[in-house]
Design a protein around this ligand. Sequence first.
Ligand code: SF4
Length: 370
Amino acid sequence: MLYQPPLPPQYQGLSIEALKLRVAERKRQLGSRLVILGHHYQEDDVIAFADFTGDSLKLSQLAAEQATCEFVVFCGVHFMAESADILTEDNVKVILPDLSAGCSMADMATLEQLEEAWEIVTGVTAARVIPITYVNSSADIKSFCGLHGGACCTSSNAARVLSWALDQGEKIMFLPDQHLGRNTAYAMGFPLDSMAVVDPNKPRLGLRDDGIRDARFFLWKGHCSVHTLFSPEQCDEIRRIDPEFRIIVHPECDWAVVQKADLSGSTEAIIRTVRQSPEGSKWAVGTEIHLVSRLAQEQAGKRVVRSLAGIQCLCTTMYRIDLPHLLYALDELAAGRVVNQVRVDDHTRRWSRVALQRMLSLPALRAAGS
Ligand code: SF4
């Protein structure tokens, strides 16, 4: 996680109303020089200022389209801002209002660990292994995948990307989210025993050589700290309370939760499914609480939408992007100072772009992601 120095004192103690007025004023002032992108998991006060909202794939695609503005202020987490920098032209500067807004899942795979794991796995098996990384990963992991014949994927296109990868090679190294990898491969018809968990913190990844030779999928031992809070018991409880509830969860949830749910899908797919369901439908949703609350509010009076968990499942790092940090970034831009720019070096940028472009160029992927 990167260090974000404390904001100057003038940003502390401002009321929400004052912050909103000042952000709106800066936005007006910066005009077409500025585009604000907001991830669905952001809090409402921040989302209100986003020119575009979306999940990680949609926002990556939107970032790639921003050719005429000077600044993209990304209200999301660090890996998303990196993807935006990779996909935008050199003249567009990508700003993350709080540099400490990381992603615990992305932090679970480092390049050093991946290089070590790669050496072990490819040293044992003669089969061609294709590395696939979820977009929720650092730029250097994406770059590794691009350089080694692999690609990125999102939660909405993972099956399509895995199927492409299996045309390129015999085995897949999937990282950093073991759950998305397992849920996707299982839904494609692969048995659980064809998947081996790669634990970078164990000697020789916690795998025996015959286990490496037998596995079709190597699932990196990473997870999302938000989506792994959902449990199969919560599904049982919802059904006990009211059997009319349908359960829809994100594929970053544990396999057992996805098996208990009626449906699983990316953030965009969850929103679309609930919006399109008939009047009076009841939904229990297993994903980040800001999204669920907004969906419940939007669908008030038509459908019942509630979080699958009784507890607040919130992405605490995403939550760091608040109005004071947004205002600070915009104030600095208006004063001609670029702060918190996220920049990916040329080599990493080149190969991550290859991994991202391989994903984006697959047919039928120009649709919805995390
Ligand atoms: S919800 Fe999970 S995967 Fe998404 S940014 Fe937060 S920690 Fe990362």
